[in-house]
Design a protein around this ligand. Structure first.
Ligand code: ADP
Ligand code: MG
Length: 643
């Protein structure tokens, strides 16, 4: 090996550029962050050829003096930190002093800037890391950076760039999300042919989401009730010594997350900001996945726009040159806070009314979607009228109060609703299913109370959907998914209390398994037996099911078992017992639940609605499908032009 030498600065910059500048979107990110750090109120971005040919970012921020502008291109030149201690309390987006020299090393770059208090500005031109020209110029206060021909001198890198539209897509996503993080600023993104985004300052994140994504996206999202939790004591002590006010030492979470009906095939729509910095973090992804557990199926992902604010000392952003990874001082605490806040928001979310109501005008929006019912007195009267209008069709049985009731045909044997499981007067905490942390129970209960507790069933539509009412309006409940949710939570409870019982089958059912299924079976045999099954190996490739979970028709046992084995599949080894138990419970619940096209008498409907209200998550089935639709009195009155 030859002797060691220090690399010339130009080479070092190129190496650094490899980490900081991966693609045109990373240039936009660095420039945008600089503009935001410079307190710009307005940022304009123009790109050509997906940013490969040209990127220009102009701001009206603080600008730089001539000397500073020149210094900015030195490696590790920054105005944002001074000492190593500052690294532990970073409040700006940038701090490494690497972005400008890195970009300048791999492009043709022009920077123009002026400080408002100075008469003239400065223009600096650099190509491939070499200073070409510096001169004075007249220009408005603020800074403008143009990056042309990215990677012109590193052809290998240039080859890795994707199509113009892919690169532009990355840029658009990035700018959009910075715009969302800063509703009080204006942003404009344009290509040669299109204005992709243009937003003026607004006061709230909700308004900004509306500007950027439109009404439909807003309706698909649930606004999280802002949550604030005091940080664990150790951090507080440390800061009390340094005299920082104790009330500042809490972590706050706010934002929007998608309703369970929204299901994305990948994580690309999960956006998470820490102190307004967009980050990607495994811990946070895990917290989000946990929050959606049993609300979304495991292979699909939500849309999130979550903002975490915490004291700068609580988070280390100096983990990676791209500054998108962070380390939290209290990672478990942050994980749980994020998970619980989302979970509570989802549980408290009102169901979507899927009726053709008039589009809500914007602004002003109601404080929370779906709240704001009309006064009590007129509502009652009109509801009575509505009940009478809900006229019995000839031949149908009419119950008291003009209700149309489904014909009281006795349900088939397979429908043995566990009427004894109503948990007579059991405290609700005792019923909480395991995946909600104790600390969440407070909010969980608050969430549950948002669910209509006093629904009265009016009848069924097509023997599949229960129509119910209370003073708030009209509800339609999917009877299958409602029962599925009730059974699911019931099964989890039984499993936790080790009381899961099955029905012994008259004759064991022999099921032939494929090789992968055999492997999975061996992995999860104990858990199956803890979930109401009694399955035993029987011959080489077959198992015998002697007992199946309650309410599973014998003709359905084989299909259920195979579905569980295939559903768990290769994951079996990596799943925790709780997750595995829940997966099994979800499948069993789906098979045991009453189906659509099944007549229910009034008593059964009442039972089902009552049980549903008692579940911890009455809005969605364990696979994420909505359980009920709501048509509020206000919407009904509006539709009839009464208000
Ligand atoms: P960092 O942002 O990590 O400090 P950069 O290389 O991105 O490093 O920028 C170097 C310095 O140049 C910054 O610290 C800042 O003082 C200055 N600077 C860069 N962009 C701007 C801008 N748009 N407006 C004002 N100052 C800027
Ligand atoms: Mg920077």
């Amino acid at each position: 090996m030859s002797s060691i030498r220090i690399l010339p600065e130009a080479v070092a910059n190129k190496i650094a550029a490899g980490e900081v500048v991966e693609r045109p979107a990373s240039v936009v990110k660095e420039l945008l962050e600089n503009s935001l750090d410079a307190d710009a109120r307005q940022v304009e971005i123009e790109v050509e050829a997906g940013g490969k040919r040209r990127i220009r970012v102009a701001d009206n921020g603080c600008g730089m003096s001539r000397d500073d502008a020149l210094l900015a291109f030195e490696r590790h030149a920054t105005s944002k930190i001074r000492s190593a201690e500052d690294l532990f309390e970073i409040s700006t987006l940038g701090f490494r002093g690497e972005a400008l020299p890195s970009m300048a090393a791999v492009s043709r770059l022009v920077l123009e800037t002026r400080v408002a208090s100075e008469d003239s500005g400065t223009r600096i031109e650099i190509a491939g890391g070499k200073l070409r020209d510096v001169k004075e110029m007249a220009r408005p206060a603020g800074t403008e950076v143009e990056v042309r021909d990215l990677f012109f001198n590193t052809p290998a890198r240039r080859k890795f760039l994707r199509s113009e539209s892919t690169e532009l897509g990355h840029i658009a996503a990035l700018v959009t999300h910075y715009a969302l993080a800063h509703p009080e600023k204006s942003f404009r993104l344009a290509s040669l042919t299109n204005e992709i985004l243009k937003v003026s300052p607004v006061r709230s994140l909700r308004e900004r989401i509306y500007q950027v994504m439109g009404t439909k996206s807003l309706e698909e999202m649930v606004e999280l009730a802002p949550a604030e939790r005091r940080l664990p004591a150790a951090a507080v002590d440390a800061d009390e010594e340094s005299g920082v006010a104790a009330e500042a030492l809490s972590a706050k979470v706010m934002g929007f997350v998608s309703r369970p009906e929204v299901q994305k095939p990948n994580r690309n729509h999960i956006y998470f900001f820490v102190n307004r910095r967009l980050i990607r973090d495994r811990l946070i992804l895990h917290a989000i996945t946990e929050a959606y557990r049993h609300i979304l199926p495991s292979n699909v992902f939500p849309v999130t726009l979550i903002f975490l604010e915490l004291p700068a000392a609580e988070v280390d952003v100096n983990v990676h040159p791209s500054k998108t990874e962070v380390r939290f001082r209290n990672s478990g605490f942050i994980h749980d806070l994020v998970r619980d806040t989302i979970r509570q928001g989802l549980i408290a979310a009102q169901p979507v009314a899927a009726f053709p109501s008039q589009r809500k005008a914007f602004p002003p929006m109601p404080a929370a979607p779906g709240v704001g019912f009309v006064e009590a007195a007129p509502r009652k009267l009109e509801l009575q009228q509505a009940e009478q209008l809900y006229a019995p069709a000839s031949g149908d049985v009419v119950g008291e109060g003009g209700f149309r009731l489904a014909a009281p045909s006795p349900p088939p044997d397979t429908l043995s609703l566990p009427l004894d499981s109503t948990g007579t007067g059991e405290p609700r905490e005792g019923e909480a299913i395991p995946y909600i942390a104790p600390s969440a129970s407070e909010g969980t209960r608050a969430g549950v109370s948002e669910f209509p507790l006093d629904l009265r069933p009016l009848g069924q539509v097509e023997e599949s959907f229960i129509v119910a009412t209370n003073a708030e309006g009209l509800f339609i409940i999917d009877q299958h998914v409602a029962h599925e949710r009730v059974l699911f939570e019931h099964l989890l409870r039984l499993r936790r209390e080790r009381r899961a019982e099955g029905q012994r089958l008259l004759l064991p059912i022999v099921v032939e398994l494929k090789p992968e299924q055999q492997v999975t079976y061996r992995e999860i045999a104990d858990e199956l037996n803890a979930s109401g099954f009694e399955v035993e190996p029987f011959g080489q490739r077959t198992v015998a099911v002697k007992t199946a979970p309650a309410d599973i028709a014998s003709g359905d046992v084989e299909r259920l078992l195979v579905e569980i084995l295939d559903g768990v599949g290769a994951e079996a080894r990596t799943l925790s017992l709780d997750t595995l138990g829940s997966k099994i419970a979800a499948s069993v619940a789906c098979h045991a639940a009453i189906k659509v096209n099944m007549p229910l008498d009034r008593e059964k409907m009442e039972w089902l609605l009552g049980e549903l209200a008692r579940t911890t998550c009455p809005m969605n089935c364990p696979h994420g499908r909505p359980i009920l639709l709501r048509y509020s009195m206000k919407e009904i009155q509006k539709a009839f032009k009464r208000i």
